[in-house]
Ligand binder design. Structure first.
Ligand code: MTE
Ligand code: MO
Length: 312
């Protein structure tokens, strides 16, 4: 990837500068040229449209929290492991293999893909099964835009993803915590929903390895485990795939994984969440969890007539 940012650059970019830059982007005043001159991106970013202001909500989580409290079992089981260990992942060059029930098949160079697709900023609430939540400014493109490029056949009902499998770069894969490579999937209409993003950046710069560089899925109305990281493969299927968590504990983790305060995890309630915004404390900001993580207006129709207790 040709992102030019270095960590040093961003450490001097404090939150207020970030916020004001974000406002400029939103107002359409800072276009591709402005962003290219910033320390953050060398790729061409579009000015975001008015439409995206609908998604802007609440107080953004501190970047430090979002990049040091992670789940990425390829780099260890504890939340602090990915930030410490994910530097062994080599994200450049990176190819995405497209296959299955679609007309356009083969390997896509990620930089070429990013250069040819509309990348925008989306600020999303994120909710994890373990009941923590964050507000993250993602940079990404609509999965729908990529899917259209692949020309799926009418028989394609699901999209399936895989993370890189390389135990040399991802030492956690030497253990048997979950079946490798990490796997996820979406029903086609979920994948085509306007909220569903393929992220290549966050906080105005490229994704840190621990957050799933260089390409990860973001589905804000679902629990965090649906957001598969470091994706190398995308396949169109006529059958519902089994995701990695479902494979080990099907009674705890389903295919849909929609955020739902009324359907508890078998071992704990899902009615509230601990919002991590500025600073990290086990005691701050316990709030009520919203149905579909608050995105019901955009996604509730996808599940009309489905029993969400059964299809959890
Ligand atoms: N490849 C891979 N992707 C993954 C995981 C993982 O262990 N491996 N963990 C998932 C879980 S459980 C969560 S909550 C989110 C966490 O994303 P974040 O660290 O950016 O907050 O990534 C998801 N994607
Ligand atoms: Mo998670």
């Amino acid at each position: 990837m040709k992102f030019k940012n270095t960590h040093k650059d961003h450490q001097v970019t404090d939150e207020s500068i970030y916020q004001s830059r974000r406002k400029l982007i939103k107002a359409g005043l800072l276009g591709a040229a402005g962003l290219a001159a910033s320390p953050a991106f060398s790729l061409t970013l579009p000015t975001t449209t008015d439409k995206n202001e609908r998604f802007v909500i609440d107080e953004i989580t501190r970047e430090k929290d979002a990049t040091t409290y992670n789940n990425f079992y390829e780099f260890g089981l504890s939340k602090s492991d990915p930030a410490e260990n994910a530097h062994t992942l080599k994200t450049e060059p990176w190819t995405l293999e497209i296959g299955g029930l679609c007309e356009v098949q083969g390997k896509l160079d990620l930089q070429n893909l990013v250069n040819g697709i509309n990348v925008e900023e989306r600020i999303y609430r994120m909710r994890c099964v373990e009941a923590w939540s964050m507000i993250i400014p993602w940079m990404g493109f609509k999965l729908a835009d990529l899917i259209k490029m692949c020309k799926p056949l009418s028989s394609a009902k699901y999209v399936y993803f895989e993370t890189l499998y390389d135990p040399k770069q991802m030492p956690g894969q030497n253990g048997r915590s979950i079946p490798w490579p990490y796997r996820e999937g979406l029903r086609m209409d979920e994948a085509m929903n306007e909220l569903t993003l393929m992220a290549v950046g966050m906080y105005g710069k490229e994704l840190p390895n621990q957050n799933g560089a260089p390409l990860r899925l973001v589905v804000p109305w679902k629990y965090g485990f649906k957001g598969i990281k470091s994706i190398v493969k995308m396949k169109f299927l006529d059958q519902q795939p089994v995701n990695s968590w479902q494979a080990i504990a099907p009674q705890e983790y389903g295919f849909y994984a929609n955020v739902n305060p009324e359907v508890d995890h078998p071992r704990w309630s899902q009615a509230t969440e601990r919002r991590i915004t500025g600073g990290f404390s086990l005691f701050n900001s316990r709030i009520d969890t919203q149905m579909f993580n608050g995105y019901g207006d955009y996604v509730a129709d996808l599940y009309n007539g489905m029993d969400l207790t059964r299809y959890y």
